[in-house]
Ligand binder design. Structure first.
Ligand SMILES: *[C@@H]1O[C@H](CO)[C@@H](O)[C@H](O)[C@H]1NC(C)=O
Ligand SMILES: *[C@@H]1O[C@H](CO)[C@@H](O)[C@H](O)[C@H]1NC(C)=O
Ligand SMILES: *[C@@H]1O[C@H](CO)[C@@H](O)[C@H](O)[C@H]1NC(C)=O
Length: 198
């Protein structure tokens, strides 16, 4: 009796093992290949792929889902950066540096608002009328472009402040804003890609 039960368990264990290891790999692999291909059309393809391939299960082969995920990721990066710059501003001694950082944090907040609007335009887009799709994608492009402009204003302001002894703050903020601009540029490219077929 006992050996048979053991044998049966071993069989089912093996079956479960084979089933679980062989089946789910293929669709996800397709999705990551899809993401790699779409990222090839962005300005920073490596950053695009490394930051978005983790969402393959959500994206599948949908250009719309990919644009939504890229927008969400950009929004999260922007919000984190905005908090970082706000914190630096309170740590800064020199008044004009604090002022430049305050303006920068405000502009990053405005950029985040724009990216949030982009996300709103894209939400539920798969189920709206064709005529409304074009209009909403066009708005999404406008908001995302505006976000890039706000980010540029922020880094210009920080670069132009007379930083005196605090140039490391300037370098840190410019580097981080530069990175977030890459995320935004990629997200905009993926939103632009919605125009010629979802
Ligand atoms: C993967 O993609 C190929 C073509 O790109 C397609 O023929 C195949 O059905 C896809 N497989 C899955 C599991 O989606
Ligand atoms: C995406 O995959 C589904 C099935 O998995 C397929 O029906 C559909 O045609 C594919 N779409 C594109 C754009 O490849
Ligand atoms: C983007 O974020 C929103 C809000 O957090 C969420 O509801 C949505 O599912 C996300 N979209 C994708 C494609 O992950």
């Amino acid at each position: 009796m006992l050996p048979r039960t053991v044998l049966m368990s071993a069989f089912f264990f093996l079956l479960a093992f084979v089933t679980c290891t062989s089946v789910p790999t293929s669709p996800d692999k397709n999705a990551t290949e899809f993401i790699r291909a779409r990222c090839g059309g962005t300005r920073y393809p490596d950053l695009c792929y490394t930051s978005l391939s983790g969402y393959a299960a959500t994206v599948q082969n949908s250009t719309l889902k990919l644009a939504c995920v890229a927008t969400n990721v950009t929004l999260a990066r922007l919000r984190a950066l905005c908090s970082h710059v706000s914190a630096l501003r309170f740590a800064s001694g020199a008044e004009h540096v604090a002022a430049a950082l305050r303006d920068c944090a405000e502009e990053l907040g405005d950029a985040a608002d724009q990216v949030g609007r982009t996300a709103t335009e894209l939400r539920g887009l798969e189920s709206v009328k064709e005529s409304e799709v074009a209009w909403r994608v066009s708005s999404a492009q406008t908001w995302m472009s505006a976000a890039l402009t706000y980010e540029g204003t922020c880094s210009d302001g920080v670069r132009n402040m007379d930083s005196g002894g605090t140039s490391s703050v300037e370098a840190d903020v410019c580097r981080r804003v530069g990175k977030v601009k890459q995320y935004t540029s990629n997200a905009l490219a993926l939103v632009n890609g919605l125009v010629d077929g979802r």
